[in-house]
Design a protein around this ligand. Structure first.
Ligand code: UD1
Length: 365
């Protein structure tokens, strides 16, 4: 029996580990699969609701790290995770994505010579001012098994000298969750709750430090959103970082009453809002992928993306952070100029199955 500890920390991790949890359950005499939640995200709405909706068990280990500076978060996770590894001595630590918990746990595992699997490896924005980019590069350097969602991931890893034998093109576990819950998503009554109808609203999410951490940038973004809201209703489930900053810079009163700011939503309701929206304006990584799968126009308010397949194959358009350009792109969709997209290769709901099969083989070699 091999022991695997999967790590979750922040919101975008939960829907990636849920399908892996289900897939490992199919190997009851080969794999003991445990889940460690670092507590990087801890709110009911940023964390607990995802465990409930995604039918994940209570985590086997909860580190309770919470908010803090970059160094406090990473160091806190490392100290607490070291104890877990000392006690449990797993054969493999599995990490997903690019959040602070991802790199922190990979580093500790490598110190104990425990194998590391990185799911969603190889993505690169080539913007080293993003904390996630550093987390991605470092985690991939440490990892023994690198599971990739798109061709660019393979190219980037090879470019960085990672041997072919460590790289596995398996598809996208985030899409596994979406496919698995699609019928529930279609039954969600979130549209009725928010008094909207199909395709009559624009869904907005903005939370990247580069967009929301300075007063000037945040003000410009909301001036733009206010103008857009005069044309079409906006639904904006607001991330704690963005909400805190609106308060800190005394900008909360400038938000138009045509922009509906909601609390962060659960998984099923949020994906239902993506599916039924006219378009999405976002700076999230995951939403670029989910909108690509659901073939909804996505306008990305960033200068780069680590997920280029969403642009080359999917419905995503990388517009940059110049608000006049974003406004123009929104206008084009409102006028019916809509970019068509296809679903990327292997985004078929079966990535977790492929990953588990490879891990079981490798651990038993
Ligand atoms: C983190 C990830 C980012 C991911 C995002 C999704 C890193 C470097 N960044 O950024 O890649 O896209 O999660 O949400 O790991 N807060 C709460 N409640 C919570 C969690 C956070 O109120 O449950 C507040 C914190 O106090 C802090 C702010 O939100 O003020 C930011 O949280 P933090 O975990 O530092 O980073 P995110 O911006 O969420």
């Amino acid at each position: 029996m091999k022991k695997i500890i999967s790590v979750v920390g922040a919101r975008p991790n939960f829907m990636k580990v849920a399908p892996l949890y289900r897939a490992f359950k199919k190997y009851p005499d080969k794999i003991q699969h445990l889940v460690c939640h670092t507590g990087q995200h801890y709110d009911e709405k940023m964390s607990k609701i995802f465990f409930d909706e995604l039918e994940m068990p209570k985590p086997d280990f909860y580190l309770g790290i919470g908010s803090g500076t970059h160094a406090e978060q990473i160091a806190g996770v490392m100290v607490a995770f070291e104890k877990v590894l000392q006690n449990e001595k797993p054969d493999l630590v599995l990490v997903v994505g690019d959040v602070n918990s991802t790199i922190a746990c990979s580093l500790v595992a490598s110190r104990f010579n425990i194998k590391v699997a990185h799911v969603e490896a190889g993505l690169r924005s080539f913007d080293r001012t993003m904390p996630e980019e550093i987390n991605r590069i470092l985690t991939d350097t440490i990892a023994d098994y690198l599971f990739v969602t798109e061709q660019s991931g393979i190219d980037n890893l090879k470019q960085e000298g990672i041997p072919d034998g460590k790289i596995f093109f398996v598809g996208n576990v985030m899409i596994d969750s979406l496919v698995f819950y699609l019928s529930k998503i279609e039954k969600s009554d979130i549209l009725r709750k928010l008094h909207c109808t199909k395709k009559d609203y624009i869904l907005v999410t903005l939370h990247r430090p580069a967009n929301v951490d300075t007063e000037e940038e945040l003000k410009q973004l909301f001036e733009m959103l206010n103008r857009i809201a005069d044309r079409r209703k906006i639904i904006f489930p607001i991330h704690p970082r963005t909400k805190n900053n609106l308060r800190k810079f005394h900008l909360i009163n400038m938000v138009s009453d045509k922009i509906f700011l909601t609390e962060p939503l659960g998984y099923i309701e949020f994906i239902s809002l993506i599916k039924n929206s006219l378009m999405i304006v976002t700076d999230s990584g995951g939403i670029q992928e989910e909108s690509t799968y659901l073939q909804v126009p996505c306008i990305t308010v960033r200068n780069n993306t680590e997920r280029p397949v969403t642009v080359t194959v999917g419905t995503n358009r990388l517009i940059g952070t110049d608000t006049s350009k974003v406004e123009l792109a929104v206008e084009e969709v409102l006028n019916g100029k809509i970019k068509k997209g296809n679903i990327p290769e292997l985004w078929d709901g079966r990535a977790a199955e492929r990953i588990c099969k490879i891990i079981v083989e490798k651990l038993n070699e």
